[in-house]
Design a binder for this molecule. Structure first.
Ligand code: MYR
Length: 180
């Protein structure tokens, strides 16, 4: 039996909406469980890390990407391939350090907050989407790239854009090589 056109797109939309709503329920539950925003943020980051270390296999299996030769290529791949694949958006990328290891992903649209108007006043330090930082950190670690990933700006907090900062840290091998 043939499928009516548009059906697949509809089901993707529904599952994305379900995912976004489920994510909101998760954050709401963590806010009940933890009084301090910092604890919620850290919990989301840890959960994201656990997802990232598993997600990388799926990403490499389905994206057909080659090994990146620079931090810049890796940042572009995260924005153009991974974000597009899993969230349906493509952040713009800019390098923010002379050393070439710090990048910003700027999201004009963040699907994870589709149903969120604003953060409650008593949750001003909440990084609502902190799970994403953990996902990126965990995935990168699996390809031997240590990185710090944090939200630098957040539209939910009144900033003009949402910006995720990725700082690639020196690889363990680089440090050993320098000591010799
Ligand atoms: C390589 O050089 O071996 C490839 C590096 C690929 C890194 C891909 C990291 C994926 C991050 C997933 C983020 C998903 C966010 C929704």
């Amino acid at each position: 039996m043939s499928r009516p056109p548009g059906r697949k797109q509809d089901s993707h939309k529904i599952s994305r909406e379900l995912f976004v709503l489920t994510y909101g329920a998760l954050v709401a539950q963590l806010c009940k469980d933890y009084e301090k925003d910092e604890d919620v943020n850290s919990c989301l980051d840890k959960m994201g890390y656990g997802i990232g270390v598993r997600l990388i296999d799926d990403f490499l299996a389905h994206s057909d990407v080659k090994r990146c030769r620079s931090y810049s290529e890796t940042a572009d791949m995260i924005a153009q391939v991974a974000f597009k694949m899993y969230l349906g958006v493509t952040p713009s990328v800019s390098c923010s350090s002379a050393a070439g290891n710090e990048f910003s992903l700027i999201l004009d649209k963040n699907p994870l907050v589709d149903f969120v108007e604003e953060l409650p006043a008593e949750r001003a330090s909440l990084c609502y989407c902190n799970l994403l930082c953990g996902v990126i950190r965990g995935a990168l670690e699996m390809v031997h790239l240590a990185a710090e990933v944090t939200f630098l700006q957040d539209r939910l907090k009144g900033d003009a854009v949402t910006e995720i900062g990725i700082t690639f840290l020196r690889k363990a091998e680089d440090k050993k090589a320098k000591k010799k």
